[in-house]
Ligand binder design. Sequence first.
Ligand code: HDD
Length: 769
Amino acid sequence: DSHDERQAEENATDNSEPAGNSDRTNETEQSIADGGSSETDGGSESDGQPGTSDRTEGVDENSKQDQLDEVRENSEGEELTTDHGVKVSDTDNSLKAGERGPTIMEDFHFREKMTQFDHESIPERVVHARGTGVHGYFQPYEDPDLGDEYDDIEELTKAKVLTDPDQKTPVFTRFSTVVGSRGSADTVRDVRGFATKFYTEEGNWDLVGNNIPVFFIQDAMEFPDLVHSIKPDPDDGTPQASAAHDTFWDFASLKPEITHMIMWVLSGRALPRAYRMMQGFGVHTFRLVNEEGESVFVKFHWAPEYDTSQLVWDETQKIAGKNPDFNRQDLYDVIEAGYEPEFELGVQIFDEEDAEEFDFDVLDPTKIVPESEVPVRPIGKMTLNETPDNFFAEVEQVAFHPGNVVPGIDFSNDPLLQGRLFSYQDTQLNRFGSANWDEIPINRPIAERHNNQRAGFMRQEINEGKASYKPNSIGDDDPQEAPEEEGGYEHYAEKIDGKKIRNRSESFQNHFDQARLFWNSMTEPEKQNIIDAAHFELGKVDRVEIRERMVYDLFNNVDHEFAKRVAEGIGVEPPEEPGDQMPTHDREDSRLSIEERRDADSIETRKIAVLVDDDYDSDHLETIQSTLQDEGGRVKIVSKVLGDKEAENGDTVAADKSHVTTESVLFDAVYVPGGDHVDALVEQGNAKHFVAEMFKHKKPIAAAGAGTDLLEAVELPGVDVANAREGIVSEQGVVMDPDGEDLESFAEEFVDAIAQHRHWERDPKEVPA
Ligand code: HDD
């Protein structure tokens, strides 16, 4: 199995300890021939009698993989054939009339090969075109703590995927950027999509969320306008994957309801360090429904096992050139190295009465339910542990639809959600050209399917029997409708009584309260990041009236100081008074700040570069390297050129990367061991730049022994290397041990500095990198 081979290879080459093992435990060989019907029973016992089988039972974490095994194709050791199974003798030369003559129409192999190629591409997603996806499973917690009001999760929902702690439901999760086309860069300023397909035994449930808990607009009717404004301009097709142009800010400046979302998008949330280092949100208020048909409202939250972490702006722009696949590659790399990124699923539960109490409308997707009002209750965990075999078949063809829900999960009347329930089905028809997109292996449920929906382009299933209508007497009226007690989906019987009306509810008008809450909740460096981002984004806007509207009509109604600080950087006269709609509250919620949420207790999966040249101190290298690896860090040796480097004592180490093939922006931290090699390093512009840029991007830096000379040569602002001549000094995330004597304590200090991720106290303005 190619997964195992990749695993073995990674384990052999990656010099860090894998945190887990992503092998599938149960490699069931299930073929159509040996009785597992293509309808699939998900690995359960089947009596083989068409029409008499029970609902799928015994779904486990491998069920989807077992199903996919049925369609996996492996050419290893095989002979080349045409699509129709005829062996091919020559695939390099077309059939010609004579040695140097024209190609002959009869050449079926040429025609087939070329036709297939000409039709290889399908339309990219109109939004979220660029992304990556991986397999995993979800498992509910045993007895989750739901607070005082509810004892157990069954009181809230009958969805087994959320309630049965013995059930591991397979999932496929796709992460994405929104605006850029399929070939754009990963590290642009943008919202990230976070879409999960749960292949539950009761059918597919798609939780199609983002890494930001609110949205730009309040009604799906506005979505085409929003997307047209942010996508490249219609006349020249620029800029790619960027909000920073007149059309987007024109639209934004005329839509005060966008303000809250804009605050998030200008923050570090829009620059995630990794897809596995960001929160996810279902955004809308959904409903949970229990066996009795009672319902509560719910907001879904994903919390990453690895701290939510951001990149800094200068770094993201450089990464976009050095490695545009930065986030996509990271996810594959860590999973293939044996780590299994986890996300905890949490719910905020509130009922209609609670909703009445809030000073915002829970149906308005530009609002959060603050965690200070309703805590997030963790109810289960998703583990991502398997990379796809084929990007097109799995990542590109996976198709999500918020309308895919299972009994126990239902919708609210959020007008954005309601519109999505139409749009996703429709967009898949455009992408796949057929209503049969749900038959594509990655989209196929594990749960059995029986209905009279038939035919159409690329139909795969062979539906037996004469009657494809209901009611029928010819086929015993099968397939039978399932009453609710047998798992039939019943929509929550919400009472609705109103006039047909096209308007925006009064309760949706409070646009600045939560934007201010967000601003108030930021640490000072996070506020500065937002201001810097506004200077960049609005600085790219040519029309001054758009910049003015953003400052006067939007930002000045969030916070007066904020509006003034933005105005100063973009050639707009700072407002003299706060805006008339500016809320005066000074509420904060620390859960909104990435920095305040940080646990900072682990360096697992962080990438650390060690700068090495000939005559390094091998004790300095090995002691620190092994501590970092024991803590789960991934250490790479970076040198001027590839090849073995020799230590002072004759040991050698092979360089993993050279300065030609890597850059500081691709690492989380840097370490410079001592030894005579430092004489060479201080002469290398690339080595100095590496350290200076690490400093500029607020990343941890460590140096032992003579390694500190390199830091001195770089003249890091505010770091007094000359006076750090004794013992271990750690300031601004720069850890130095000039004696190089207590390497263990030094390593621990360095680990702490890496766990902090970024050292915001630094002032990078003086760093010439
Ligand atoms: Fe959407 C894709 C998330 C509002 C219409 N959306 C898409 C994807 C994600 C989201 C993660 C990518 C799925 C994948 O990986 O294949 N969208 C959201 C969230 C929204 C949201 C969290 C607000 C809360 N979307 C939204 C609205 C509409 C759409 C209001 C239209 C009315 N979204 C689409 C789409 C896409 C899509 C055009 C493009 C490709 C696809 O669906 O499959 O239908």
